[in-house]
Design a protein around this ligand. Structure first.
Ligand code: HEM
Length: 306
């Protein structure tokens, strides 16, 4: 993080010469003085259209916070924390804050009003669901211990997150209590997000391993859990996914992928691929993204992992 990040710094005309502002966009403040726009590797990739939307979105943040927390009298001015980033409505000039806010805009095609609706709904949902409590909950290891693995990075440094819904899992125990599963899944998602520095990495790769599942493993509970989790991710975890692979999918079950089409935005669907079974088939799909040393042997890599 740069020393000036998070600070709104007034600059003299001399200090706004290009050599002083390599990593900083200079913009006009409300008073007409120039202020530095803190940047990181991710914000440097924003397009001019994205910057315009972000600047408009920042103006809406106090109002969005007031709508999200109607019972809090200081909601318009009080800082909040989202995914480890402090969003302080009195100083939104912070590169990581820009990265987080941009996610809501990109998920809504840069529409400021729709991004705002999504931002408000996400903050409300986080309170109602009690994400904080889910993250502190202790889940029985014998049921959930092998269900999720965060292992390795892709070639660009993105974390890779595995959900093993097949294997020898006791799916009846996992999905028997759908709300408990959702709390586990959300806590696991939050733990994965902790690995994003939001400076150079802001997305992850997700892998679902379906080895050994059959039509009988898809009971009403697991179907409900899958569709609820999927809609939570689409509505409240914008732009956190780089790619998602469904591996070891039995060929007669690939059609299930299309059941999710109405639930998932088309841009997200385009990030997803269904891969068949066996280490070499899976390796062919994953090795272009993940170095062999970072990929478990059972998925065609060289790592001695789970
Ligand atoms: C017994 C079998 C299965 C179980 C228990 C299961 C479980 C789940 C769960 C819990 C989710 C929630 C999202 C997440 O955890 O990331 C999910 C999502 C999903 N599953 Fe499955 N699934 C099964 C079979 C399949 C099959 C055969 C396919 C075909 C490719 C499939 C495709 C999907 C898709 C496309 C999503 C949405 C992903 C997202 O929104 O990020 N599932 N599944």
């Amino acid at each position: 993080m740069s020393e000036t990040e998070g600070q709104e710094t007034a600059t003299s005309p001399a200090s706004s010469e290009p050599q002083d502002t390599t990593a900083q966009e200079v913009q006009e403040s409300a008073e007409g003085a120039t202020v530095e726009e803190p940047q990181n590797a991710l914000t440097e990739k924003f397009t001019p259209k994205e910057w315009d939307a972000l600047k408009a979105f920042r103006n809406e943040i106090p109002d969005a916070l007031a709508s999200a927390y109607p019972d809090k009298s200081d909601a318009k001015t009080a800082a909040i924390n989202l995914w480890g980033v402090t969003i302080d409505p009195s100083n939104l000039l912070d590169a990581r804050v820009s990265v987080v806010l941009m996610k809501f805009l990109r998920a809504r095609n840069l529409s400021v009003s729709e991004g705002k609706v999504m931002f408000i709904a996400t903050l409300r949902w986080r309170d109602e669901f009690n994400v904080e409590a889910a993250c502190k909950e202790e889940f029985p290891q014998d049921v959930f211990g092998q269900l999720g693995h965060i292992y390795g990075k892709d070639k660009a440094g993105r974390p890779v997150v595995y959900n093993v819904y097949g294997g020898n899992q006791d799916l009846k125990a996992i999905f028997g209590d759908v709300q408990r599963f959702l709390r586990w899944r959300v806590a696991f998602m939050e733990k994965s997000i902790e690995l994003l520095d939001l400076e150079s990495t802001d997305q992850m790769i997700q892998v679902h391993d379906y080895a050994g599942v059959s039509m009988t493993s898809r009971d009403a509970n697991s179907k409900n859990a899958a569709s609820e989790a999927s809609s939570i991710f689409s509505s409240h975890y914008p732009e956190l996914l780089y790619k998602k692979y469904f591996i070891n999918v039995p060929s007669y079950m690939t059609w299930i992928f299309w059941l999710f089409k109405p639930l998932i935005p088309s841009a997200t669907l385009a990030k997803m691929s269904v891969v068949g079974s066996g280490a070499s088939t899976i390796g062919k799909a994953l090795l272009p993204e993940i170095d062999a040393k970072q990929l478990p042997k059972r998925y065609g890599g060289e790592a001695e992992a789970f």
